[in-house]
Write a protein that binds this ligand. Sequence first.
Ligand code: LP5
Ligand code: MN
Length: 251
Amino acid sequence: MTPLQFDTARAPVLFIADLHLDPGRPAAMRAFCHFVETRVPAAAALFILGDLFEAWIGDDARPDNDPVAPALAALGAQGLPVYFMPGNRDFLVGPAFCRAAGITMLTEPTLIEIDGERVLLEHGDALCTDDTAYQAFRSQVRNPDWQAAFLAQPVAERLEQARALRQRSGEAMAGKSAAIMDVNAEAVRERLQAWGVGTLIHGHTHRPAIHRLDSGDGHGRRIVLGDWFEQGSVLRIDNGTARLETISFES
Ligand code: LP5
Ligand code: MN
């Protein structure tokens, strides 16, 4: 399949991840809706690379007053494409939510072309190969049979299991070093090589940066998106230049 192609001399392409939207964090929700209304319409496309939501336990558990799907649907109505790749917190987002939000689900990883350059997109958790406890857990919950069994349970039961999981995850993370929870350099190198790309864009680690990589031709880059905890974080590729920008929660 031909990858999606963008020419940033015509309009910028925007990338976000790790918003962790939740009714309990209204400032982030407001900032996201404001960003979608005011900044995104001038772009060529918006890519959401996972963890849009703090936790997603199934499309049928979507809150009645959810502002996210209508905000995204308004972009689609303006002809602006929004692409969504699930993260480790919202891998259960399904077709019903995507239809309501007018967004296109991407498989992980996804290859695109920006200004003629091949760029690979992923959430980032799969690159954290030193975190073996997490990778074992990930294999379990990405199994379609496990997901079908989980989704078949009543919403109240799913909510309770998600709460228990987040507690166990928090306890487990307290005992892990920062290095274990970062991407593994060899996993990154292998990914770039396997896909024949010079640039990888991901989130998950909440360590926003543009890293230069030794890819042989001097053009290798690993761009890490930031979270939306204290402020928003957006990667804007405009006129061939990639910049990580922050968005104040005050405006
Ligand atoms: O996202 P972040 O940065 O907080 O943590 C991740 C890893 N943790 C997770 C779990 C999520 O935080 C919680 C997801 C909620 C979404 C719910 C939807 C589906 C519900 C499923 C219910 C069973 O992804 C964390 C990594 C960290 O990133 C850095 O990469 O370290 O991983 C862990 O901490 C996992 C532990 O090491 C192993 C956990 C074993 C749990 C065993 C199953 C428990 C089931 C409990 C329910 C009865
Ligand atoms: Mn994540």
